[in-house]
Design a protein around this ligand. Structure first.
Ligand SMILES: [Zn+2]
Length: 272
């Protein structure tokens, strides 16, 4: 069993670090640097539980290495597991791009159809962003968030509000860093669909948003990204509450960088 989610703690003692698994506190690793301690803990998880590629989620987030102007970030909540299968993807969009295979155009009125109950309180899909449990949605008070639309789903042929499709009503597009070409990028010439992800040697964060697009003041929860390709940005307090929760399953947190407007460019302009 590989790629499991393991909650972990970290502490700094003088110049060394001590890490431990929350559910198995005897699994404890040390290191002279954080990177070394993380590597040691990963090795121990592999040895003890046979998970060679563990996902460690630290209850208290690891410090971010600040680099010049790329120092600001948002926490977003993400799913650790994908949805098993959506059985009606082509019906959910007006058309499919013949060149790249991306489903494009506005979301149709059809509800998303799943073949089974999702294995977590948040699951990701290939084409439609995230599906959230009603329990988790209630915890985050998403019903009161005017920028988020919650759609019922069809599971096993029955319409249900137990799991809801998340969609954003307020576009805050992911952006690129001006003058910095990520190696991991693609843009379709036909439909214009563009993706850019920065690797750790290229930038401190995987994805970015423009500071000018963020709400002021920042609510506890708000969407970033666009329509169904959205992420749930949350305050540090909400992030900690979710990650520490014993009842919310298979949810992880990630950091998305915030760029000043002068450094941010639309993703499609990375390709000209
Ligand atoms: Zn395309």
């Amino acid at each position: 069993m590989e790629g499991n989610l393991w909650k972990a703690t970290w502490e700094k003692h003088g110049r060394s670090y001590e890490l431990a698994l929350v559910e198995h506190p005897s699994v404890r690793a040390h290191g002279r640097s954080l990177e070394e301690a993380v590597e040691n803990l990963e090795d121990m998880v592999a040895e003890r539980f046979g998970d060679a590629v563990p996902h460690l989620e630290f209850v208290r987030p690891l410090p971010t290495k600040h680099k010049g102007e790329h120092e600001a970030f948002l926490f977003v909540l993400a799913a650790h597991e994908p949805v098993t299968k959506i059985t009606n993807v082509p019906k959910l969009f007006s058309h499919q791009c013949a060149a790249c295979g991306q489903f494009v155009g506005p979301r149709t009125e059809d509800l998303i159809m799943l073949d089974e109950i999702p294995a977590g309180d948040l699951v990701f899909t290939d084409w439609l962003g995230h599906i959230i449990s009603s329990k988790f949605s209630d915890l985050l008070h998403l019903g009161a968030c005017p920028e988020i639309r919650l759609l019922p789903t069809m599971i096993g042929g029955r319409k249900t509000n137990d799991f809801l499709e998340l969609a954003s009503l307020h576009v805050r597009p992911f952006v690129g860093i001006k003058g910095n070409q990520p190696a991991n990028r693609s843009k379709c010439k036909d439909c214009g669909f563009a993706v850019a992800l920065y690797m750790p040697h290229e930038a401190p964060f995987l994805q970015y948003v423009n500071r000018r697009d963020l709400p002021i003041p920042r609510p506890d929860v708000f969407p970033v990204g666009s329509d169904h390709r959205m992420e749930l940005a949350v305050s540090r307090r909400t992030r900690d509450q979710v990650i520490c929760s014993k009842s919310i399953k298979n949810v992880v947190s990630q950091k998305i960088g915030i760029l000043p407007h002068e450094k941010a460019i639309p993703l499609d302009q990375l390709f000209v």
